[in-house]
Ligand binder design. Structure first.
Ligand SMILES: [Zn+2]
Length: 246
């Protein structure tokens, strides 16, 4: 059976906000797309729900937080992103709920993005590999917070000091979803994507995967996605329209 074709994502927008659970979530595929967009002059901001402080077995959370925040900031810089925010939620036990929606809605209201990007929040990665709880909680909260941000009667206590509701988000794009419908040609920016994953050095070393090569890993699925888009390499996204009538 032919793999299903993917449609190119629109590029007629100016500002994107990426909200993901952990440092490194964007670097497993999406960062090469971010590099393409920043290269086009678009403004992209990163927001990490946690600092990934529970992500390295041999490192205490306090040390790990410092290391991983620094790695994420460097990783972002490589793909043209200069603003990285950390929301300080607890790594590994992020809870979907009103408090998380409130926190993310405030970020959306401050940055007023056209597009919000998050990670895959479906139950699996396709096949039998289960998704992780923080990813699912974060993605669901992101979609809801985008709606909340546009409603002045939801979290109205935030609307002080000139902060206004923001209902201008056109869509939420979930990177790496097994139900992806769209993709971005990353042929020209693939190397930047690899370098941005390699910037998570302490994390990758901590995984202890012997002979694991970030380039080879990213190339494998980028080629498969590229075949479905009609390009050499690509990154896939599932699209959740946020307007009506789509
Ligand atoms: Zn993650």
């Amino acid at each position: 059976m032919e793999p299903e074709k993917l449609e190119a994502l629109p590029e007629d927008w100016e500002r994107a906000l990426c909200v993901v659970a952990h440092p490194d979530d964007l670097e497993f595929g999406a960062a090469a797309a971010v590099a393409r967009w920043t290269g086009q002059g678009k403004d992209v901001v990163y927001c990490m729900v946690t600092s990934g402080e529970a992500g390295i077995d041999a490192m205490s959370p306090d040390e790990c937080r410092r290391v991983r925040e620094a790695e994420q900031i460097e990783s972002a810089r490589i793909v043209g992103v200069s603003q990285v925010e950390f929301l300080g939620q607890p790594d590994g036990i992020v809870e979907y709920g009103v408090p998380l929606r409130r926190t993310i809605a405030e970020v959306v209201r401050r940055h007023r993005p056209d597009i919000v990007i998050t990670g895959n929040f479906r139950d699996t990665w396709g096949g039998l590999n289960l998704n992780q709880a923080d990813h699912i909680a974060t993605g669901r909260a992101v979609v809801d917070a985008v709606r909340d941000a546009g409603n002045r009667w939801v979290f109205p206590e935030q609307l002080t000091d000139g902060l206004e509701p923001w209902g201008g988000v056109r869509a939420v794009w979930a990177a790496g979803s097994p139900q992806a419908t769209h993709a971005v040609d990353t042929t020209e920016t693939f190397d930047a994507g690899v370098a941005s994953l390699e910037a998570h050095r302490a994390y990758i070393d901590g995984l202890g995967w012997e002979n694991w090569d970030p380039r080879e890993f990213l190339e494998g699925f980028s080629r498969q996605t590229g075949q479905r888009l009609g390009t050499a390499l690509a990154a896939s996204f599932e699209v959740f329209p946020m307007g009506w009538g789509e």
